[in-house]
Ligand binder design. Structure first.
Ligand SMILES: [Zn+2]
Length: 261
């Protein structure tokens, strides 16, 4: 049984982030174990909630999140030769409430950049075993080069963003941001899924529920892909068929009906 806050006045966005994080940390889903993964949500135009460093998602409580300022977090990107101590001090200074003891996740800069993409209000980063089986393989990049089935496109978008292995923290945040901006320019919308080589998955959603749906579908697609490799390799949808699903009105209607758009 997950811990639930007994506070009537908990911030509704924090409440949604809490539930989303506990769901993503459910061991039965195999998305993240122990202290793996981190999550965030836009609180207002100036601040966002992000998971504290070292906290387990499965049992996370409101105190497991830290509210930080976008401007101070993003200021770290402008600092040359930033070392670990510099990042730690910068994130400490970014806390909306300096009295809070918990330390923001080392991936806080990445979350700030993801929450700045068009229409993104919630972000969930996990290390699902099925996804990492692909991302830790010799064939990671070619394995994720196409779409496998229609619902993958409906939930996960026309294509994922792929980022070769990069040092966690600010260097990874820069690499992911550059790749997300490239995706936005090519497809006219923010990515739903970022896949990081030898690392894991990021789901970007308008709502907490969408982040859970994207993660669930990305994990299913990874399992289908692993099965397809056992039978001679994936047969990707033709790009024209994938594009049609991405843009056809009935799929748009389904996305709206599910509250995705
Ligand atoms: Zn990670």
């Amino acid at each position: 049984m997950n811990w639930r806050p007994n506070l009537a006045n908990i911030d509704p966005i924090l409440d949604q982030l809490l539930t989303m994080s506990q769901h993503l940390g459910d061991p039965a889903l195999d998305y993240a174990i122990l202290g793996e993964g981190n999550t965030s949500a836009r609180a207002d135009s100036e601040t966002f909630w992000v998971k504290a460093s070292g906290v387990e998602m499965r049992t996370i409580a409101p105190a497991g999140f830290v509210r930080v300022r976008f401007d101070r977090v993003l200021d770290l990107l402008a600092v040359d030769n930033l070392d670990d101590a510099g990042v730690k001090a910068g994130l400490e200074a970014a806390k909306a409430d300096p009295a809070v003891v918990a330390r923001p996740s080392v991936e806080t800069v990445l979350h700030a950049l993801a929450l700045h993409m068009d229409g993104v209000h919630f972000v969930g980063h996990t290390h699902p075993t099925a996804v990492n089986a692909i991302l830790c393989s010799q064939q990671a990049e070619e394995a994720i080069a196409g779409r496998l089935f229609p619902d993958e496109i409906v939930y996960c978008g026309p294509a994922p963003v792929y980022v070769p292995y990069t040092d966690p923290g600010v260097p990874l945040a820069r690499a992911v941001h550059q790749a997300m901006v490239g995706h936005q320019a090519r497809y006219g919308q923010a990515p739903k899924v970022v896949l990081m080589q030898n690392h894991g998955l990021i789901a970007l959603g308008k709502t907490a529920l969408e982040v859970e749906q994207i993660t669930a579908m990305a994990v299913k697609a990874a399992r289908v892909l692993l099965g397809a490799y056992a039978l001679g390799g994936p047969h990707f949808l033709e790009p024209t068929a994938a594009e049609r699903i991405h843009t056809r009105p009935d799929e748009l209607y389904r996305r709206k009906a599910w509250g995705i758009e």
